[in-house]
Write a protein of this length. Structure first.
Length: 360
């Protein structure tokens, strides 16, 4: 059978790898490794984004004093990350596959240079038949700079690595059209472009993860808009990964249909970087209208009514419309002082060029 995808990112949630008591489910982990190995042998390149470090460390450490949640997370993840990667190493070695650890954090995506460095590192791994195993570096990430969870991280990685699909494995079969606990609810099999889902989604979080279904769908939508198929499926189902790739029609999951319009790699980076915005550009009604027309337009000083915050050239800035609503992000072509000087004037060069602008 013809492989549908040649490069995929697979995100395994903590709720897939964790047993009821909060410790690591090695049997499940082993089954997932077998499936990844099977796909790897058919020529699919796989990037694995794996949670589970905290669960992995939980059973190792019995702290004498009561720890607050940040300390506990850092301690468990530091001990657990080593144990987790070691476990993966042993499991993949049985299949003759080498793995490499990539620990990353939100700031590593903030500048174009860091972003390309990471991309290069993982590209070299894939070229040499090594499976990158990515996790957030919880030991040094502080909560306000953290990813919402590994869903957000996996979206960034899929986008950065030009994967054709992102498979998010959770502990339910997909996105339901009601509460997953209600027997009348069914899994929505396909979600097209621009479909509003807020009425369906339950906001209750899964027990061990940080990201609920709402986070998952928001990320899935953004990644699908970049031309990548996103699949949400149940990681506890036997052989789920192989089935999703080899029997896509008959395997239960929610599939987000990707946009047919490819997005440039620079725009992909900018689309995921609103969390790093250093300042704001407020634009008038006319400029807002133009941005939402089907013309390719840059943000010119003449349409800018206010420049908020201090930023350097090449920093990410948020674009705010005439009604005060954030509508996108872009890479500044000048610093905030120059932007203020040019504000409202005709015939000046763009403050954000169209190629470096992402409108939500």
């Amino acid at each position: 059978m013809e492989q549908q995808f040649s490069r995929i990112a697979v995100k395994v949630g903590s709720n897939v790898l964790t047993r009821r008591d909060g410790t690591l489910d090695v049997t499940r982990m082993s089954a997932l490794v077998d499936q990844i190995a099977e796909l790897h042998k058919t020529g699919v390149e796989i990037i694995l984004v794996s949670s589970g470090a905290v669960a992995s460390g939980r059973s190792e450490v019995h702290s004498a004093k009561k720890l607050d949640s940040v300390d506990q997370r850092q301690l468990f993840s530091a001990v657990g990350q080593a144990k987790l990667i070691n476990r993966y190493y042993e499991l993949f070695r049985e299949h003759g596959i080498a793995v490499g650890q990539v620990l990353t954090m939100k700031e590593n995506f903030a500048t174009r240079r860091h972003y390309l460095n990471q991309k290069n590192c993982m590209t070299v791994m894939l070229e040499n038949g090594v499976i990158p195993i990515v996790n957030e570096n919880d030991t040094i990430s502080v909560s306000e700079l953290m990813f919402t969870d590994n869903d957000e991280l996996s979206g960034l990685i899929a986008s950065m690595m030009d994967a054709q699909a992102l498979i998010i494995l959770s502990n339910i079969d997909g996105i339901y059209n009601g509460s997953p606990a209600d027997p009348a609810s069914e899994v929505i099999r396909e979600i097209g472009q621009g479909k509003d889902l807020s009425s369906y989604i339950q906001t209750s979080k899964s027990s061990f993860g940080r990201g609920g279904m709402l986070t998952k769908t928001n990320i899935a939508r953004k990644v699908a808009d970049e031309g990548i198929t996103v699949i949400i499926a149940n990681g506890k189902q036997d052989n789920i990964l192989v089935d999703l790739i080899q029997h896509p029609e008959s395997t239960l999951c929610t599939r987000f249909i990707p946009s047919a319009e490819p997005v440039s790699s620079v725009k992909k980076w900018i689309a995921h970087s609103e969390g790093f915005a250093k300042g704001e550009l407020h634009i008038n009604y006319c400029a807002t209208e133009l941005l939402f027309s089907d013309k390719a337009v840059s943000i010119l000083p003449v349409g800018i009514t206010d420049v908020i915050g201090e930023f350097e050239k090449d920093d990410i800035v948020r674009i705010v419309d005439f009604g005060g609503k954030p509508i996108g992000v872009g890479k500044a072509n000048c610093d905030s002082t120059q932007a203020r000087e040019a504000m409202g004037k005709h015939g000046k060069k763009p403050v954000v060029h169209y190629d470096y602008l992402y409108i939500e």
